[in-house]
Design a protein around this ligand. Structure first.
Ligand SMILES: Nc1ncnc2c1ncn2[C@@H]1O[C@H](COP(=O)(O)OP(=O)(O)OP(=O)(O)O)[C@@H](O)[C@H]1O
Length: 695
């Protein structure tokens, strides 16, 4: 089924773009560019302005210039170090200057006398000569546009073997051939009301803009496009849910809830009680609950989750709890089983490591309704997991799951009451647009008696003293974490650093303590054993990479040492610090780092000043500046190709307004004009993992 005049850009393989071919296509695959569409939606990361032609005679040494010249003569020399130097004498508007290229074999052939070209590069004054060391050039043929120089030039993220020049050439060829077969899929009234550039023109202007203003307009269109498709997804989910009437109803029975509350060592905070009230009201309604529960680290979301699940159980139905990692699923399982087994509630962990036979047995018990609460990772969404009567699903940590997982549940024809928990501190106004289809509850106060975590900064040389302190704390019966960074690009080196530190500590400063190493590469079973021992107090110190980042709850742990703290983002530091100070004891967080940049220094300073996730999130933005794309990646918000949810708030709001209007007027996309939009949306849904990075 093709809706495209010259083939479908989503299926045309990139190798068929002129000048690409199979070998380059393999290299482009490393950039995840497989189809023509992937290529054209690989937007420039920045632009170089090579549009202002200047006379080299007006400029000084060291300047970056773009100039126009005509070849007078050209020679090629080879140095003793086997370097090829091509030097051309060019005639400019006010005299002769020189252009120099290094290692451009065969270039001389193209630079015949009389050839006109643009060159961009660095200007040098050499004994009275003017010389440009060429970074890019373009021979003027009289046919087609200039793409490398003499204009605003795109710069792309690229990979080894693929130069900027190649990418520009491919992009240009693709545009020439296909630009006009790309048809607009945004409805005309949306284009008009939002004032957006139409698709074919935007494709051209985003890659080869005629001015900075046009580049900006083109980007604005693509940003809107992403946000609009995203908001359409949300609006559709919401529309479907609002129409649905629940199959299940809850009775007045609250026997288990009362027993559970009576067994807690504390009473609920006002904030927790309020939130539970909001949830119960949703559950009593005819339509499924769709609620986001926000609460800072350690604010006590777990109790709320248990109460939500119990409501189903005491009414003869089942609940599911999904966690982002196996370690967390296991922790939730242990805590719940501990609290609920005495009440006769059967909780089961569907861990990935389960032997097939046990898994089958558990699945049968689940289908028979003997298991009341299933805990697991998103594997719980798997087809073979069948409940007898599922009423409630609690999802821990929204950003790792997201819209698509919710879609999967609904596609199964299951409309349970849904509670999504997150510790990501997003300003309320924003969360309403990002999680547009959800109602929001906030636990805005910590349990009483918590003392702020004392936060210190030390230089790496002071670490021995820090570990002596750790040993002292252990001798008083406390536990500690030592966290080392693990960055994907340098994973091996980082892992080794963690292993080395562990070995040093085990025989050195912490030789009297029971120390263990925990990292993501270990076998699942080994990790579980270590976590169990740590939780049970049979280990004193856990040296780990960031596997403990979210959600680990060991209230007796009171010291957190973060090594190379400058390599963590603020959101991560806050999450890590949140692992301690979860009991009544005074807790300590020690950040060890060498501060190489202003940003790192400001992050550490912010950590020392505040313990409030919302404050730190705002601060993080200020430190990064609004243009920083990496900022979103670490803030726990969904990521997009071009859009930045924080920077593009206005456009996000507009996208939401338009999406909601469209869905409420025509939820089935019956209007003829929406045909292409529906296809685009289907693709957007399918490509969820690569196009819209949630999770
Ligand atoms: N009302 C309360 N009074 C005292 N302690 C509480 C209260 N509610 C929860 N706690 C305790 O506070 C600790 C943190 O709670 P919990 O693990 O639910 O936090 P959380 O919101 O899930 O945090 P995170 O996002 O860090 O996982 C737990 O040890 C829990 O037993």
């Amino acid at each position: 089924m093709s809706n495209w005049e010259a083939g479908d850009p989503y299926t045309i393989q990139v190798q068929y773009v002129k000048m690409v071919g199979p070998r380059r296509a393999e290299q482009l695959a490393r950039l995840k560019l497989f189809t023509l569409h992937d290529l054209l939606y690989h937007f420039p990361r920045e632009y170089l302005d090579r549009s202002q032609l200047r006379s080299p005679f007006d400029l000084s040494s060291g300047d970056n210039v773009t100039v126009l010249g005509r070849v007078l003569s050209c020679q090629e020399n080879r140095t003793r170090k086997n370097l090829t130097i091509t030097k051309a004498a060019l005639e400019g508007d006010r005299g002769v200057f020189y252009a120099v290229w290094f290692n451009r074999l065969h270039l001389k052939k193209a630079l015949k006398p009389g050839t006109q070209l643009y060159i961009s590069g660095k200007l040098k004054r050499n004994f009275g000569h003017l010389e440009v060391q060429v970074q890019d050039y373009e021979i003027i043929t009289g046919e087609g546009d200039a793409i490398h120089a003499g204009r605003i030039v795109p710069v792309y993220h690229t990979t080894s073997g693929i130069t900027q020049r190649m990418l520009r050439t491919f992009m240009h060829a693709a545009l020439e051939q296909w630009q006009h077969s790309y048809r607009e899929f945004l409805p005309s009234q949306v284009l008009e009301q939002v004032g957006l550039m139409a698709l074919p023109e935007a494709l051209k202007q985003v890659h080869f803009p005629d001015s900075h203003a046009l580049a900006e307009q083109a980007r604005r269109r693509f940003i809107f496009e992403e946000l609009f498709l995203f908001q359409l997804q949300l609006a559709l989910l919401r529309h479907q849910i609002v129409r649905v009437e629940k199959q299940h109803r809850y009775g007045p029975d609250s026997r288990l809830t009362r027993q559970y509350l009576a067994g807690l060592k504390f009473t609920l905070t006002t904030a927790q009680s309020r939130v539970v009230g909001e949830i119960m009201a949703d559950m009593a309604s005819l339509h499924p609950m769709n609620r986001l529960l926000q609460g800072d680290v350690g604010s006590g979301k777990t109790v709320v989750a248990v109460l939500t699940l119990l409501k189903a159980v005491e009414n003869g139905m089942q609940g599911a709890l999904m966690a982002p990692t196996e370690v967390l699923a296991e922790q939730h399982y242990l805590a719940m089983d501990n609290a609920l087994a005495p009440l006769g509630v059967r909780v089961a962990l569907f861990s990935g490591g389960l032997p097939a036979r046990e898994r089958r047995a558990l699945l049968e018990q689940l289908a028979a309704g003997e298991v009341a609460i299933a805990v697991g990772t998103q594997a719980l969404l798997h087809e073979d997991v069948v409940f007898k009567k599922l009423a409630v699903v609690v999802i821990d940590e929204q950003h790792r799951f997201g819209v698509r997982q919710r879609g999967i549940l609904q596609k199964k024809g299951v409309y349970p009451d849904l509670l999504i928990m997150t510790a990501t501190p997003i300003p309320r106004t924003l969360s309403m647009t990002v999680y547009g289809d959800l109602d929001v509850s906030v636990i805005d106060a910590l349990p009483p008696g918590r003392q702020p975590v004392r936060t210190y900064f030390v230089a790496p040389e002071e670490l021995p003293r820090v570990f002596t302190f750790v040993a002292q704390q252990v001798s008083k019966g406390h536990q500690a974490y030592v966290v080392c960074p693990l960055v994907e690009e340098s994973e091996k080196v980082d892992l080794q650093a963690a292993v080395d530190l562990y070995e040093q500590l085990a025989v050195g400063a912490l030789h009297r303590c029971r120390v263990a190493l925990l990292h993501g590469r270990m076998k699942r079973a080994d990790k579980e054993v270590i976590m169990q021992q740590f939780r049970a107090g049979r280990l004193d110190v856990l040296v780990s990479t960031t596997v403990i980042e979210v959600g680990v709850d060991v209230p007796n742990a009171s010291v957190m040492v973060i090594v190379d703290a400058d390599r963590f983002g603020l959101a991560q530091l806050h999450q890590l610090r949140g692992r301690v100070g979860r009991g009544a004891e005074q807790a300590h967080c020690i950040l060890a780092a060498r501060l190489r940049s202003r940003e790192a220094a400001e992050r550490i300073k912010a950590m020392k000043t505040s313990q409030d996730g919302f404050y730190l999130a705002e601060k993080d933005l200020q430190i990064r500046g609004p243009g920083d794309m990496a900022g979103v990646r670490q803030s726990g918000l969904p990521e997009f190709r071009l859009a930045n949810l924080l920077r593009d708030r206005e456009l996000l709001r507009e996208a939401r307004r338009q999406a909601r209007a469209l869905i409420s007027a025509d939820p089935d996309f019956r209007t003829g004009e929406y045909h292409l939009l529906r296809l685009a949306l289907e693709r957007f849904n399918q490509e969820g993992s690569s196009y819209l990075h949630i999770g």
